[in-house]
Structure formats: C-alpha cells, structure tokens
Design a binder for this molecule. Structure first.
Ligand code: G3P
Length: 218
C-alpha cells in the first residue's frame, strides 16, 4: 500500500518524507492557493520543489477543460520532472486526454471521481491512478469507503491495472479501512498519517518503562 501526502506545504512534505514512509504527493489548486502559490510560473516551480524533496510520484493538475488544452498543459507538466503524474478531471474530454497521454507514456491521475462508472471509464482509458474522493462522499451522506470497495471488485474482475488512489482521506480510520479493502494508494493530510502512530497504551506503557528504568538505575 502506497502512502501519499495530500498537501502543497513543503515543510509538511519534508516532515512526512523524513519518516521514511512516504511514496508520493498529491496537490490540487485549492491546496496550492492555501500555501499562497499563485500564477502559473510559481505553480510550476512549486511542483519542481516538491519533486526535489520526494522520490515518488507527484500529481500536478491541469486547469484546461477541453482535450487540446489539457494535453498541452499535461505535456508541459510532464517535462518538469520524471516523477510528475498529470491530474486530469473526470470528464469526457478528460477521458480522451487520458487515453492520448497514456499512449504517449505520460502518467495520469484521473481526479474528482465519485462513482464506479467514472472509475471504469478511467481504467478503460488507461489512467495510471484513479482518485475517488472518500471524504467528500461522506460529507453528503454517501458511503465513500463503499465506493473504494466497489471499484476494487470491478478492477479485480477485469485485471485493470489502474491503481486506486483513495483521496479526500480525512482520518486514520479512513486509512485503515482503505487498507482492509485493498486500495493501492491513499493520499492524506499529515495529521491523518501521523495519527496512525498514536495509542494511549503506547504512551502509558512507554512512561512506565522509563519510570522503571530510572528507578533501577538510582
Ligand atoms: O486532492 C484531492 C482531495 O484529496 C481533496 O480532499 O479533504 O478537500 O475533500 P478534501
């Protein structure tokens, strides 16, 4: 199971990478704006900065809505660094672009996926990753994790090689459930990744061990 961090914050990316468990990064225009990264040149430079921290796939999103602009943006993004994966929105134009880019051996991440039908189209087009948004489905009283399970079953039925990248992950329980289902990748904020390490019995057990060690060494 691959762990990606879902942020454009370089400090958080460095912190997660230093743990030794990070396999890649996903960003989106909202996360870029949150870090104050605006303007095309600054955004492109930021992607390179991220690629220079992490040895793994880094998703970079196109903003065009039609096939032609998606493909030309994707070609610029792919030239930035060998680890760039071009994030293409789930639309019919996006599907055409994914098919085209796959044939050109440019890696893609089909984003804004909210249904099994959309995931089938992404796999048929040859997307490297498909990104179903778990948390945003939960937000509207839909079952985000059930969608991950449904896509897992469909992809396994046909041997589709597209990797399921569970996105919009908000909690450590989301991560654990995705692991149970067999999601290939999860992308989560740093807080959800580090929360996996937390347990009150670990904290109290460690405090006790330290106390007993110190008693014995007096
Ligand atoms: O990058 C896409 C996704 O992970 C966004 O998450 O929390 O804004 O729904 P969220």
């Amino acid at each position: 199971m691959k762990f990606f961090i879902d942020t454009a914050n370089l400090k958080e990316i460095q912190e997660a990478y230093a743990l030794g468990i990070l396999d890649g990064v996903t960003t989106n225009p909202t996360l870029m704006a949150k870090e104050g990264i605006t303007g095309n040149n600054n955004i492109l430079k930021h992607y390179v900065d991220i690629c220079n921290i992490v040895d793994g796939d880094v998703s970079a999103e196109v903003m065009g809505l039609d096939f032609k602009s998606m493909v030309s943006e994707a070609e610029v993004l792919a030239e930035l660094h060998q680890n760039i994966v071009v994030k293409i929105p789930m639309t019919l134009e996006g599907i055409k672009a994914i098919k085209y880019l796959t044939e050109k051996e440019i890696k893609t991440n089909c984003t804004l996926v909210f249904s099994a039908g959309q995931a089938i189209l992404a796999a048929k087009a040859g997307a490297t990753y498909v990104s179903p948004f778990v948390g945003r489905l939960d937000d509207i009283s839909s079952d985000g994790l059930a969608l991950i399970a449904q896509i897992r079953m469909i992809y396994d039925n046909y041997g589709f090689e597209t990797q399921i990248l569970a996105a919009s992950i908000r909690t450590p329980m989301h991560i654990i459930s995705c692991a149970e289902i067999g999601s290939d990748v999860i992308t989560a904020p740093l807080a959800a990744l580090t929360a996996l390490a937390k347990h009150p019995l670990t904290d109290s057990g460690l405090a006790q061990f330290i106390q007993d060690f110190e008693k014995g060494n007096k």
